[in-house]
Design a protein around this ligand. Structure first.
Ligand code: NI
Length: 156
């Protein structure tokens, strides 16, 4: 297990587009395991590979109320449909100490690969849909602060 350093806003890597994953071997598994350990330590809701400085189309999102409930691993994800809207407070481990209100789809359907390269489809709504959209944006160099209103110091 290894905790990786989280890249902070201002680092150019966060603005780059991440690359498709073609390796489903040990190196990618190690990255995913390290991302999980890093997310547990930070007690966050999701983490994209670019946030630990790796430009690969990978993110993890909590599968429950907290990271200790486990995570879903998304590799090469595509949001294939979305519906509705929701507006709520977001923060980001790469933008520490801040929060803002972001409007997102209320429901999304996502196609993605798991760590072995098998394809899955998931329908998510509410908080998990929000978290997926937030992390998905990271893969294209977008931060929530680009979309947020009322960005201010976090209550947390
Ligand atoms: Ni983020």
């Amino acid at each position: 297990m290894a905790i990786r350093q989280i890249v902070k806003q201002g680092d150019e890597v966060l603005r780059k587009r991440s690359f498709e994953v073609t390796d489903f071997g040990e190196r990618t598994h190690q990255l995913l395991d390290d991302m999980y350990d890093t997310l547990v330590k930070a007690d966050g809701a999701g983490l994209a590979a670019v946030q630990v400085g790796v430009l690969k189309r990978i993110f993890i999102v909590i599968d429950g109320d907290s990271v200790r409930d486990g995570v879903i691993e998304f590799i090469n994800p595509e949001i294939i449909s979305q519906s509705g809207t929701q507006t709520g407070v977001e923060g980001c481990l790469s933008v520490p100490g801040m929060q803002g209100d972001v409007t997102r789809p209320n429901k999304v359907t996502v196609r993605y690969q798991d760590r072995n390269g098998d394809w899955f489809e998931i329908k998510a709504e509410g908080f998990i849909a929000r978290a997926i959209c937030h992390e998905y944006d990271h893969l294209d160099g977008t931060l929530y602060i680009d979309k947020a209103k009322n960005v201010k110091a976090s209550d947390r």
